[in-house]
Design a binder for this molecule. Structure first.
Ligand code: ADP
Ligand code: MG
Length: 548
């Protein structure tokens, strides 16, 4: 994807820079590695080598065989909001490259010593740039075509940040996850990954399945089946697990939107829906799925680390992905997938523009609240019959989905300052990223204290002390049990904030909950898998009255 790589690096005009989603780009060694790999891919590299010493705190080096940076432009690469990838505000909706903000290299140089060795194919002599404590020097130097960026003494000048991070071992683990994420998404690019001089991954260019075999093992790779689904401007391609293989967490689900690795509750639920009934509760499919659609339908500029995207046609993407998975699961294509990067020649579904929801999506008739039973169940009427909704399970699911898919922070009327024991504070400190990604605005505030300025929208109105103690309980429990921490926190908070059995609800409140449940991606159960509602349909009712 070397789009724009041949163009010059230029500073973005202020009105474009102002539109860039701001925030901390470099939080830990894994963020450095992510940005450097993305730059290498944007430069059209076909081989990338990543090296790490002492968890990345001592030394990180990413070398590629991409286009290289012309010597005269090298200093600009370290300037804030200087990029060769976009020029105008309109370009933000046409982004095809992984980078576009011109922020990564300067952010890295602000917290570490950086050395760049680079040469373009046109130049006979390369260049070496050194950036240390704000001083930049560039000198001629011998270099192969491509770019190698070395980052030394990460956070040497921000000891507070360094203290919040985990041990080198844990950070190296995060880097490994990052490298694997790109390795699985870019099987055509050769990768070599070394930790403390030890080779952790050597991945020659290959197919998606070969890459999966390298990283997940041959047996797991053999249990993967191809997905290929196309509508007019939506294309879903990749590998998913047969229902005979599953995992106890979502850690093996990889989604890429136009090549960009993303976290997305929406995509995970769309993937899992067709597995319902085929996998036991608490088991999750494995997946490597690429979602390709015109850049104008995706907002990539919503998250400082570019880890999340927003779809303008969310429902269509949801239904498209679910359809794609459903098609792939029905009939179980043979293990002998055709050779090549992706299976070809599979029948294509009819072409439909993205603006229309794919077939199979029929808006349900609206459920109307009738009343409450035992102050625990909502009785509602639909075209099909009488619906009995477990109010707690229903709201738990609604809140969980909103939290998990990332909800906007809502400012508290006044910021709350809360103190904790040293151990609790340490635990919170370590998970601040995760809490922020859920929608909390929380920061350390002196010794063992934190200031909370905003909470995720679905939790607004809840007492902050209660939310934080729920979080601490879950962090404590999570030390003993496995599972994705962010998901567990979302579940736990949703449970704590949802109406309880025994709580009276007004008719309006019931209606609001029904509407929200009908909008949910996975409305039939609560996050723990208990049913959220059941239907007594007309037939059943008539049978009981012996009218059938
Ligand atoms: P962005 O990727 O958002 O443009 P960066 O700060 O990551 O911002 O990089 C700034 C510029 O430096 C890029 O636009 C690109 O032109 C150049 N650059 C960075 N890394 C590489 C690389 N590995 N190969 C070629 N060019 C690079
Ligand atoms: Mg970049």
């Amino acid at each position: 994807m070397p789009a724009g790589a041949s163009s010059r690096i230029e500073s973005l005009p202020p009105e474009v820079a102002a539109r860039i989603a701001a925030g901390e780009v470099i939080e830990r060694p894994a963020s450095v590695v992510k940005e450097l790999i993305e730059n290498a891919l944007d430069a059209g590299a076909t081989a990338i080598q990543i090296e790490l010493w002492e968890g990345g705190f001592a030394w990180i080096r990413v070398a590629d065989n991409g286009t290289g940076i012309p010597r005269d432009q090298l200093p600009l690469a370290l300037a804030r909001f200087a990029t060769s990838k976009i020029r105008t505000v309109e370009d933000l909706s046409r982004v095809r490259t992984l980078g576009f903000r011109g922020e990564a290299l300067p952010s890295i140089a602000a917290v570490a010593r950086v050395e760049i060795l680079t040469r373009t194919a046109e130049e006979t002599e390369g260049a070496r740039l050194l950036a240390e404590e704000g001083r930049i020097t560039v000198q001629p130097a011998a270099s192969p075509v491509g770019t190698a960026v070395a980052v030394r003494d990460l956070f040497y000048n921000t000891p507070a940040r360094r203290r919040f991070l985990k041990s080198p071992l844990r950070e190296a683990e995060r880097v490994r996850e990052t490298v694997y994420r790109y390795a699985l998404g870019y099987p055509e690019v050769a990768l070599r990954f070394l930790v403390d001089g030890r080779e952790v991954l050597i991945a020659p260019p290959g197919t998606a399945r070969q890459r999966a075999a390298l990283i997940w093992g041959r047996e797991a790779a053999e249990e993967l089946i191809p997905v290929l689904w196309e509508a007019a401007d939506l294309r879903i391609i990749g590998l998913i697990s047969r229902p005979t293989m599953s995992r106890s967490s979502r850690a093996f689900q990889y989604f890429y939107v136009n090549g960009r690795p993303v976290r997305s509750g929406l995509l995970a639920v769309a993937l899992e829906r067709p597995y319902a009934g085929r996998l036991p509760p608490g088991r999750y499919p494995l997946a490597i799925l690429h979602i390709e659609l015109p850049p104008a339908f995706v907002d990539v500029n919503v998250h400082p680390q570019k880890a999340e995207v927003r779809f303008s046609q969310e429902r269509s993407v949801y239904w498209g992905l679910s359809r794609a998975v459903e098609d792939a699961l029905s009939g179980f294509p043979s293990l002998e997938a055709p050779p090549g990067l992706w299976p070809v020649g599979m029948p294509k579904p009819p072409v439909r523009p993205l603006a229309e929801p794919p077939e199979g999506y029929r808006p349900a008739s609206r459920w109307r609240a009738l009343g409450q039973l035992f102050q625990s169940y909502i009785l509602a009427q639909s075209e099909e019959g009488l619906i009995v909704v477990d109010q707690h399970a229903a709201q738990e699911q609604v809140l969980f989905e909103r939290l998990w898919s990332g909800s906007p922070p809502v400012a508290l009327p006044t910021p709350a300052v809360l103190s904790f024991s040293a151990r609790e504070a340490e635990r919170l400190e370590a998970e601040l990223d995760g809490l922020r990604s859920l929608g909390f605005d929380i920061e350390p505030f002196g010794r063992n204290a934190f200031v909370v300025r905003a909470v995720p929208a679905p939790l607004s109105g809840q007492p902050v002390e209660g939310l934080l103690s729920t979080i601490l309980e879950e962090l404590q429990a999570a030390r003993r049990e496995a599972g994705d921490l962010r998901e567990r926190l979302a579940m736990r908070l949703a449970c704590a904030a949802a109406v309880k059995a025994g709580d009276g609800l007004s008719l309006d409140e019931m209606q609001a909950l029904l509407d929200a449940l009908q909008e949910a991606w996975s409305p039939s159960t609560c996050p723990h898998g208990r049913p959220a509602w059941f239907l007594l349909d007309r037939e059943e009712i008539e049978r009981r009255f012996l009218r059938r």
